[in-house]
Design a protein around this ligand. Structure first.
Ligand code: TRP
Length: 338
């Protein structure tokens, strides 16, 4: 038996962002873990362009370039296209076929109750977009996500806590399918990474492109310096000699992540008033830039050589399709359609 047959299967995916490049929260919170998992699992990593259409159907031209950037970030950050299939969701049409079939057995009520759907609907109403912009596709988001997972008969899905409700629905749809037509799919388990570093945004809120509080893989050294200059620190530490509270300071929190050995000394000095926020920011900027430099370089290389990135994505899609088409064969057989 080949190694791939003995290993469990893992599927993961990210939406292309509006800005293209991933931010440090995505990299440290999710991707770092994926990189670690690629030796353990038979792994499929996609960029979900169809999911982006659920809310960004009015700016479709930005989606494909953003997907390429995310794929470049996957690789620049350490996902190895030889070890794991890296591809764009829409390049593997089997996701769509399975989504359609699963949509027939997914009760409407399950989808209407998903918290992210309710939130997005409220957000769109706030923006004055009216209920007409809440599409059938948006409601079906978790069903499409389920197809992404089940089409590879994946055993595990590494996601953040924010995706727990989606994964719960995926398991329910999976059980319903297996109950109705026979056991085709293993029930996918959520792999929550408890150790994942939570990097707050520079303003202390959740790191998000919409808050403008993030550092991106694509940022220049100067841009990183500028962003860190504006980061929140201990509000009561106005002078270097004032006592800092590292637990509540964004710069100190980031330092802990990017300097896991040395941060303790800097924290103590911050607390005791031996060091000021300026020095903290300067050192953090240096740490971040030396961490990001090779990633920046690799992603720029990949993006400047479209043929090479195409080759990786075509190869990834082919490998994904091999498994996905076998699943659809089993599914159609179970349904009695073929
Ligand atoms: N909903 C996920 C997110 O926003 C992205 C996603 C789509 C996904 N399909 C998936 C994640 C399948 C894991 C598995 O992050």
């Amino acid at each position: 038996m080949s190694q791939s047959e003995t290993r469990k299967r893992l599927l993961s995916g990210m939406q292309p962002t509006g800005t293209g490049a991933l931010h440090l929260g995505n990299l440290e919170g999710a991707l770092k873990n994926w990189v670690r998992l690629q030796d353990q699992y038979e792994m499929f990593c996609c960029v979900v362009d169809w999911h982006a259409l659920t809310t960004r159907y009015h700016e479709t031209s930005k989606i494909a370039p953003a997907c390429r950037e995310v794929a470049a970030d996957y690789i620049a950050y350490g996902l190895d296209p030889k070890k794991c299939a890296i591809f764009i969701q829409s390049h593997v049409k089997e996701h769509a076929e399975l989504h359609l079939l699963l949509s027939m057995i997914t009760p409407l009520g399950w989808l209407e109750r998903v918290p992210t759907f309710k939130e997005k609907r409220e957000l769109m109403a706030e923006k004055g977009e009216g209920d007409e912009s809440v599409s059938y596709g948006l409601l079906g988001y978790p069903c499409l996500q389920t197809a992404d997972i089940l089409v590879y008969r994946a055993n595990v899905v590494p996601v953040g806590k924010d995706q727990a409700a989606h994964l719960e629905i995926s398991r329910e749809i999976c059980r319903r399918f297996n109950y109705l037509y026979g056991p085709v799919f293993p029930e996918p388990q959520t792999l929550i990474n408890e150790e994942a570093a939570v990097l707050p945004g520079t303003d202390g809120r959740k790191m998000s492109k919409s808050y403008g509080n993030a550092v991106y893989a694509a940022d220049s050294a100067e841009k990183v310096a500028e962003t860190i200059k504006g980061a929140f620190t201990t509000p009561t530490k106005l002078r270097k000699t004032d006592p800092g509270v590292p637990e509540g300071c964004v710069v100190c929190q980031w330092r802990k992540v990017f300097d896991p050995e040395g941060y303790r000394t800097s924290w103590e000095e911050d607390r005791s008033g031996e060091r000021g926020c300026m020095q903290n920011k300067k050192e953090l900027t240096e740490l971040l830039n030396s961490f990001l430099e090779p990633i920046r370089k690799r992603r720029a290389e990949l993006l400047s050589d479209p043929a090479e990135l195409d080759r990786i994505l075509v190869d990834g899609a082919e490998r994904a399709r091999a498994t996905a088409s076998e699943t659809l064969r089993l599914v159609n057989e179970a349904l009695g359609l073929r």
